[in-house]
Design a protein around this ligand. Structure first.
Ligand code: MN
Length: 418
């Protein structure tokens, strides 16, 4: 499908992240007013609350956009998701009969503040990138034991904290934690010295389920995707992770990009998971292309300086799709709900430049990076701004994700010293 033309002319560009083909969903406010749902089109945002009140968008008997989150729409299910997308496309397409009614409901994106696009019900983070799992396992346990014995059979993960999820642009405070000392029996209490990012994609569950669901059903439950940065305190993690996995190392913050890119917008970019090294059990087998060809990159900018691109990779590097992760998540009977957020796991490619964490890029601090500013980094320094970017590139158009960015603030004084 080529670039779809809109009467919002800024959207008609091969490189703009938000053409009519995309229509991502966010929550915005202007001049400190109440946040409300909006749809990005070119350099503008369509005010969904106003569009609904004006009778331009009526999908159900009940209003869906009188709340500052997209959960109410998500809960309506795939038929309503499709109806909304079709309605928005017809309202914003070149030659639309309603242009004069819609035009006054557009807000310039440059004047808008962006908020969390949905209320996060629960948050689970997976570990489904094979290059990442192999690299980290090699550093921690050696190449022979790099992949745990379960890794090729299930997408392993841990239950994170919904309360830690913040929207792009939110500052992140360097945490304190218990760190391994010179001997295992003498840990220290100190600010994290190995603060890191994880480049991930977040899948958003749109409709609830009870009991086990198939991979195909799981894909039908997924509403859309965001970029996700799983901020990680490596020194806290190294001490605490055995045997129950990450805990406080991952609880400081998880940043997401402000626009939900729908599964429909990404449909042309579907691709298969890589060849299986061992056959999966039937209930986790692929049943169609459920990964996406999305170019990803990470930039790092010291305070007041220009950013340097430190990694470039692609979401198709993952070993398991979000649908497989969601299906596995449900196998125990675990109820899943609208607004559940599933982190993909760090997306690393096979080459050094395509690694999605500083832990891997600097190989545990042994091979520091040199930024374009000349500064060296193994992990994040105070004042650094880390930004994730993502875009699927079609013929003549781009499906962009808004940037997922965050600046790391220095640790506070010891919170337990008075
Ligand atoms: Mn992670």
């Amino acid at each position: 499908m080529p670039l779809m033309k809109s009467w919002v002319t800024s959207a008609n560009s091969a490189t703009h992240p938000f053409p009519l083909n995309n229509l991502p969903y966010g929550v915005f406010s202007v001049d400190g007013d109440e946040p409300r749902c909006g749809v990005a089109i070119g350099d503008m945002i369509l005010d969904m609350q106003a569009a609904e009140e004006a009778g331009l968008v009526q999908l159900t008997d009940m209003p869906l956009f009188d709340v500052p989150y997209w959960n109410d729409l998500m809960e309506q299910g795939p038929a309503v998701w499709t109806a909304l997308r079709e309605r928005l496309t017809s309202l914003l397409a070149e030659g639309a009969a309603e242009q004069d009614k819609v035009e006054p409901l557009l807000v310039s994106a440059s004047t808008a503040e962006l908020h969390m696009p949905f209320a996060v019900s629960e948050y689970t983070d997976f570990y489904a990138g094979k290059n990442h799992a192999f690299n980290v396992g090699t550093m921690f346990r050696g190449p022979e034991n790099a992949l745990p014995p379960n890794w090729l059979h299930i997408p392993i993960g841990y239950n994170g904290r919904a309360s830690s999820v913040v929207v792009s642009g939110t500052d992140v405070r360097r945490p304190w934690g218990q760190l391994k000392g010179p001997n295992d029996d003498a840990p220290r209490w100190a600010p994290c010295a190995r603060f890191d990012i994880e480049l991930e994609l977040g899948a958003i569950v749109g409709t609830s389920s009870e009991g086990p669901i198939t991979v195909q059903q799981a894909d039908d439950h997924i509403f859309g995707y965001v970029l996700l940065n799983d901020w990680s305190a490596r020194d806290i993690q190294a001490w605490e992770y055995q045997p129950l996995g990450p805990f406080q190392a991952k609880a400081t913050a998880t940043s997401i990009s402000p626009w939900i890119v729908t599964k429909s917008a990404l449909h042309p970019f579907r691709c298969n998971t890589p060849e299986r090294e061992v056959e999966l059990l039937d209930h986790l087998k692929d049943c169609g292309p459920m990964l996406y060809d999305i170019d990803l990159e990470v930039t790092m900018a010291p305070e007041g300086k220009e950013p340097t691109t430190i990694a470039r990779t692609n979401y198709k590097e993952m070993y398991y799709s979000a649908a497989q992760q969601l299906a596995h998540h449900s196998t125990s009977g675990c109820p899943m709900n609208a607004g559940d957020l599933l982190g993909s796991g760090t997306i690393s490619g096979p080459t050094k430049e395509s690694r999605g964490s500083l832990l891997e890029l600097s190989w545990g601090g042994k091979e520091p990076l040199t930024l374009d500013t000349g500064e060296e980094r193994s992990f994040i320094a105070d004042g650094d701004t880390l930004t994730l970017k993502g875009a699927a590139k079609g013929k003549g158009y781009t499906i962009g994700f808004g940037d997922c960015t965050g600046t790391v603030l220095p640790a506070l004084n010891d919170p337990f010293q008075r």
